[in-house]
Design a protein around this ligand. Structure first.
Ligand code: SF4
Length: 61
């Protein structure tokens, strides 16, 4: 699984709270810090997708 954050991000920090192993705050918006999301963080990454208020997180299988 790969994940990325689009420019719809409003930097609320929710994804980072949910899964700091995958998300971090960049200059203006959140970013994904791993190339491939490890198996053990995929559930939390999906939770971040579901919780993101602006649907800014996109995942690809
Ligand atoms: S939850 Fe969504 S809007 Fe909030 S920081 Fe993460 S990507 Fe950005």
């Amino acid at each position: 699984m790969k994940a990325r954050v689009t420019e719809d991000c409003i930097a609320c920090g929710r994804c980072i709270e949910i899964c700091p192993d995958v998300f971090e705050m960049g200059e203006d918006i959140a970013q994904v810090k791993v190339d491939e999301v490890p198996e053990e963080f995929q559930e939390a990454t999906q939770e971040a997708v579901d919780e993101c208020p602006t649907s800014a997180i996109v995942v690809e299988k």
